[in-house]
Design a binder for this molecule. Structure first.
Ligand SMILES: Nc1ncnc2c1ncn2[C@@H]1O[C@H](COP(=O)(O)OP(=O)(O)O)[C@@H](O)[C@H]1O
Ligand SMILES: [Mg+2]
Length: 384
């Protein structure tokens, strides 16, 4: 069983690359499910089929579904909200409850994650490809496996309290389905899913990006947070690359900009492997086109494989009370080293190449105290 999650900024081609990956895997003979959590229904467009939250077989071995998070909330989870607003009206604790609900972790993402769990556990697929929502919420949820447990405990706690004090009053506001019975169950699913997501032989994350400044920054942020939470990035896919040259001045200027940013990408993601796809003139709207794109990206490699394994790309640790960020840079001989911070960005100049890293929030605003290079790792110490 493999789970492959594609992340990246909106519009870069996540849905297209995810669908291309799934098509290639299916045509190599493995059963694959591609799942999109995007409300824009772009997966259905890329595959030119109608999709719903029940998987359909698009072609041999290729199954696809679109999770309709909002419909699911409306059907199953909205009762929670209405239930608590009933309590709000009849219990004295309006403000407290309101605030607690306000800091609830992303319900939508939790529902999407639960679909991933279901697909992975179903035994129906060799590979599950997820075209994930690129929001901060997703990253937060991936980073806080316990938050769901915390939330479930809290709600369970309120529930028993409410029953104790105001049962007669509240009975008529009780949800029809017993949502509270479901809570611990969902909690254990979340824990199981988290273990699967952290198992690098099962789950790998891939980032899709374009050779553009803002897009690269977002992709680097993805890398930083994946590293921080112990998830593995096994590839970066650079999409929408223009031809190498053009006789048209306007196009040539765009190409020059891309060339510059392609170099930046090479430096910044090293040693994670980088795959490339050209900007296509034809619309990519069926599995044959998607397959062609997958051939361009992965060539003779199997996209279902774990494409890179490494435990030490970026490690953030506290050593003697100070944060030390270690960057793994194998096969680099360091003769000249310079480390600078610009806003939330760490710029590392090694010899003649520059690597930039988006700092996790705990490090933003701190100064560096020193840097040393040992056994292929650059270790940067931050001041308290
Ligand atoms: N390599 C490519 N060449 C041409 N068009 C592309 C390519 N990759 C994606 N597109 C198009 O770009 C648009 C955005 O792609 P999409 O996969 O929906 O991005 P995302 O899921 O990241 O928002 C779509 O219209 C898609 O068909
Ligand atoms: Mg999309």
């Amino acid at each position: 069983m493999r789970i492959i999650l594609y992340l990246g900024k909106g519009g870069v081609g996540k849905t297209t690359v995810s669908a291309a990956t799934a098509t290639a895997i299916a045509r190599r003979g493995q059963r694959v499910l591609i799942m999109s959590t995007d409300v824009a229904h772009s997966l259905a467009d890329a595959l030119s089929v109608e999709l719903s939250s029940t998987p359909v077989e698009v072609e041999k071995n290729l199954f696809a579904m679109e999770v309709n998070v909002l419909a699911e909330i409306r059907e199953n989870w909205s009762e929670l909200y209405s239930y608590f607003s009933s309590i709000l009206m009849h219990d004295g604790a309006n403000e407290v409850v309101a605030e607690e609900l306000a800091i609830m972790p992303g319900m939508e993402e939790m529902i999407s994650l639960r679909y991933i769990w279901k697909a992975a556990k179903s035994g129906n697929y060799d590979v599950v490809v997820v075209d994930a929502a690129p929001t901060g919420e997703t990253m937060r949820l991936l980073g806080m496996p316990e938050s769901y447990g915390w939330y479930a405990d809290k709600i369970g706690g309120w529930h028993s309290k409410a029953i104790g004090f105001a049962a007669p009053l509240l009975n008529k506001f009780m949800p029809k389905k017993n949502i509270f019975k479901l809570m611990p169950e969902v909690n254990s699913h979340m824990k199981e899913l988290h273990a699967m997501l952290q198992d690098k032989t099962i789950t790998t994350f891939r980032v899709v990006l374009n050779p553009e400044n803002m897009v690269i920054k977002e992709a680097l942020r993805v890398q930083t947070y994946l590293n921080l939470f112990g998830y593995k990035l096994d590839a970066a896919v650079v999409n929408k690359i223009l031809p190498q040259s053009s006789s048209d001045d306007y196009l040539q200027s765009l190409i020059d900009i891309q060339t510059k940013y392609l170099k930046v990408i090479d430096n910044c993601f090293y040693p994670v492997p980088i795959f490339k796809a050209k900007q296509s003139i034809a619309e990519i709207i069926n599995t044959d086109r998607l397959y062609e794109l997958s051939q361009q990206i992965f060539e003779d490699k199997n996209p279902a494989d774990v494409l890179y394994i490494d435990d030490k790309t970026q490690i953030l640790e506290k050593v003697d009370g100070k944060y030390v960020l270690s960057l793994y840079l194998p096969n680099v001989e360091v003769t000249k080293l310079n480390v600078n911070i610009k806003g939330d960005e760490l710029l590392v100049d090694i010899n003649n190449f520059r690597k930039s890293i988006i700092l996790p929030n705990v490090l933003v605003g701190r100064k560096t105290e020193g840097a040393d290079f040992a056994e292929g790792s650059l270790n940067i110490t931050f001041a308290n």
